[in-house]
Design a protein around this ligand. Sequence first.
Ligand code: SF4
Length: 235
Amino acid sequence: MSRPLPDRRTITQLRRAYGLMRRRFGHQGWWPGETPFEVCVGAILTQNTNWTNVERAIANLKSAGALEPRRLLALPPARLAALIRPAGYFNVKARRLRAFLEVLVRDFDADLSRLLGGPRETARARLLGIHGIGPETADSMLLYAGERLVFVVDAYTRRIFARHGWCAPDADYDTVQRLCETALNHRPVAGRLDHWQDYHAQLVAVGKDYCRPRQPRCADCPLRPLLPESGRPAS
Ligand code: SF4
């Protein structure tokens, strides 16, 4: 599919942004998780909560010897919900986890590489068809567990991009994803996966500590050199 090119300024700034963030934060080594399956479980548990809470829920699953697709699916729903309680919204997330596990075990014989494999858009549509999995969760699974070339967009990404004038304040997920994938395709394929994995992690670091919803800390932020000429966020 051909994609319209972003303007030159945006491409240049997006490429420069990575160097600025990386120099400040170092390589982030994302995603935390010992196995691709743990990465997928974490991607569902991290919805609407912080990673510290997810770690506690995953530690519970490990202690119960349940961090494996068939064993996790075999847990009674109430027991699963109790184990992941630290991640919040535990009944909702237990249902979402079970929906994911049912597809993984029933349709793919618990083989994650098959669930995440095949043509990119097919794999993505497959994940999006599972109850409770939206674009950010699906793309996190594909990028970090499946090692597929897919750019993950989150609320931090959209806020940072809008404030720098790289996208419209109301740009939707797919528009921002297309922008990133078009502008950041300059590295050889061999290095692009790590670049996209780490780029998203760097944006999270900026979003968490600097580009807050109110009173962004521009003066100390590594992306300050890329602010509009006014020296203030665009939105
Ligand atoms: S410089 Fe300001 S607007 Fe830009 S990312 Fe940093 S905190 Fe956000």
